[in-house]
Design a protein around this ligand. Structure first.
Ligand SMILES: Nc1ncnc2c1ncn2[C@@H]1O[C@H](COP(=O)(O)OP(=O)(O)OP(=O)(O)O)[C@@H](O)[C@H]1O
Length: 593
């Protein structure tokens, strides 16, 4: 990264960029989000470009971050649209203009009458079957590998065209065959015909729409004369191009981020896009201090980042307690040692346990128990329609339990989606739902039931939950579920699994309240104490030989984890050799036994 033309500012400083694009680069805890919130208020107050009909767009990486910024802005008037890039583009480009997209025969590309948000790409058995049928691919027999391949599809630029490819080329191989690239589009089209868009399709269609109908950019810019993007180090090439197009049409763009915290390569993020991001007349700024962490933690963070030219100073002027490590493969013991140490140090405030993989989060949540991470896969194999139904209803229950009612309602509404004749999808038996309004009131009743019975239900076996839900609630609402068979794989599973097993294995988006989470979900957060659990002994190399600018994200993922800690950072790893322990001591680590 070149240091040219970067002005150093602090997180309290208001910059005079009302008529310029800008880029801010700063490390963890520098106050990027803090600065952005204040800057938005400043623009609202001082800019002549904000008209009664226009707003500022503030794009964040997750819904949780959007909520947080909304709260911190604490505005009475609706003058700032805070949302993720996908929600922003869906609401302002795809939803209103999808009907404009036509194929070469003049037919609509998307069934826009049934458009209803966007979701994760999870190939169902039904879609895989129809995709094989359309492309005559019966020779591909391993459906689990096919699922890996199709769920890995994303849009990539080939020249100026966007093409579907797998993110990880390994996933295209099914036994001795490769999945033909020409078949990818038809898999997507099966969804679009039902009005289903995947998250990645939102970027694709937005790009298509503004390219084919440039005037739409003018509408967007008139409504959003300022577009600010936080966490821009994880932008992807389509997003970058869309933003540049909006800049060409007159939007003032501000991007904020930290190249050392770019951790979404697997989803197509390009940190180079942030490093190279430049618009005519753009002003560049840096914030150098870290307001979050103690000096000992910042020294360690600077060491991990030693190949980069951004060195952080400790704003708090507080030395802090030593960074520590625990060597053990016994998760229960690790958690106990970490908690004892926090209490011994009198650090009684919030803490978080961070780890890379979802499977490890589940293991950590279960403490000593070895978890069955494949529970949902097994249910999918047994009955993919019931799996989808159960996932949605339990996800809704957990969202509501964490007071995220709007997200909970959305899940239930997805569950109540109908086919073209108005029939609910299986496992509902043919019950016709009347209107969106009725659906919403049904969703509220279902949520009420789930919340009132959560404590009772959690230890019930799945079949009991399913039957009671059907008999006590759904029948009252004029709905019914397919009865459980006398035998079969689903029946067997439903007798062995409890609702708690299912909930523990759910991958909930945006788990803000959880104290054990994946590092990716910890982006932007901070805690008094942080335990980073490295499941793989090899990962110690990211501490002993850190390479923050590596092509791969591994080192940066741990950097993000370490930098969440304010006062106490502890790292746990199953096994270290003597030389590694000596190295860690040299770096100032203390061993906890
Ligand atoms: N000028 C300021 N005055 C008071 N507190 C501040 C100021 N700037 C930042 N902070 C506080 O410092 C902490 C870190 O700030 P913030 O979360 O905005 O950093 P960030 O740069 O977005 O970090 P990261 O990249 O790690 O997510 C927060 O607790 C924030 O409230």
């Amino acid at each position: 990264m070149s240091d040219d033309n970067f002005e150093i500012i602090t997180s309290d400083q208001v910059i005079d960029s009302l008529d310029n694009h800008f880029k801010i680069i700063a490390g963890p805890g520098a106050g990027k989000t803090y600065w952005l919130v204040n800057y938005i208020k400043y623009v609202l107050k001082n800019s002549k470009r904000i008209k009664p009909t226009s707003k500022i767009a503030c794009i964040t990486y997750t819904n949780v971050a959007a909520e947080e910024i909304q709260e911190r802005l604490n505005l009475n008037e609706d003058k700032v649209e805070v949302s993720t890039i996908h929600s922003f583009l869906y609401k302002n480009i795809v939803k209103p203009y999808a009907y404009l997209l036509k194929d070469k025969n003049g037919k609509n590309v998307i069934n826009f009458t049934r458009l209803d948000g966007h979701e994760e790409n999870v190939p169902t058995k039904g879609k895989i079957y129809r995709w094989k049928e359309l492309n005559n691919l019966w020779y591909l027999t391993d459906d689990s590998k096919i699922k890996d391949c199709l769920s890995d599809l994303d849009w990539f630029f080939e020249g100026s065209d966007l093409k579907l490819q797998v993110r990880n080329s390994y996933n295209r191989r099914i036994g001795k065959y490769y999945v033909p690239k020409e078949s990818f589009y038809s898999y997507k089209k099966l969804h679009w015909d039902e009005g289903i868009l995947h998250h990645e399709d939102v970027l694709y269609f937005s790009y298509q729409i503004i390219n084919q109908y440039p005037i739409i950019k003018e509408f967007i810019v008139a409504k959003y004369p300022y577009i600010f993007l936080d966490e821009f180090q994880d932008t992807n090439p389509i997003q970058t191009r869309i933003i540049k197009r909006l800049a060409e049409s007159g939007a003032l763009i501000g991007v904020i981020g930290d190249p050392a915290q770019s951790i979404y390569k697997f989803q197509g993020a390009s940190r180079k896009d942030f490093i190279d991001f430049s618009l005519p007349g753009q002003r560049n700024y840096k914030i150098e201090s870290n307001r979050r962490s103690s000096k000992k933690i910042i020294d360690f963070l600077n060491y991990i980042r030693k190949n980069d030219n951004l060195k952080q100073e400790c704003f708090r002027k507080y030395e802090g307690v030593s960074i520590s490590f625990i060597e053990s493969d016994d998760i229960g013991k690790v958690l106990k040692l970490f908690n004892n140490e926090r209490l011994r140090l009198n650090l009684n405030d919030d803490y978080c346990v961070l780890t890379r993989k979802n499977e490890s989060v589940i293991k950590l949540k279960n403490g000593y128990k070895i978890c069955d991470c494949e529970i949902w896969d097994k249910i999918h194999e047994a009955d993919y329609r019931r799996e989808r139904f159960l996932k949605r209803i339990l996800t809704a229950q957990e969202f509501a339990y964490h007071s995220k009612y709007e997200m909970a309602i959305k899940e239930i509404l997805k569950m109540l989606r109908t086919d073209s004749e108005g029939n609910l999808e299986e496992p509902f038996t043919k019950s016709v739902v009347k209107s969106n309004f009725v659906n919403r009131s049904i969703a509220v009743s279902i949520l009420e039931y789930l919340l009132n019975n959560r404590t009772n239900n959690i230890n019930k076996k799945l079949y009991e939950f399913y039957n009671e839900l059907n008999d006590d609630l759904l029948s009252r609402l004029g709905l019914s579920l397919k009865k459980l068979g006398a035998k079969g794989n689903f029946k067997t599973l439903s007798e062995s699994l409890t609702i708690k097993d299912l909930i523990n294995s759910l991958k909930l988006e945006d788990e803000k309240n959880s104290d054990i989470r994946t590092i990716h979900k910890a982006k932007g957060t901070e805690y008094q104490s942080v335990l980073v659990y490295m499941e793989n002994n090899e990962d110690i190399k990211h501490i002993l030989n850190p390479d923050i600018n590596s092509e791969e994200d591994d080192c940066r993922i741990y950097y993000v984890a370490f930098s969440r800690a304010k006062d106490f950072l502890c790292i746990a790893i199953p096994k270290l050799d003597e030389e590694q322990k000596r190295e860690l001591s040299r770096l100032g680590f203390r061993i906890i036994y």
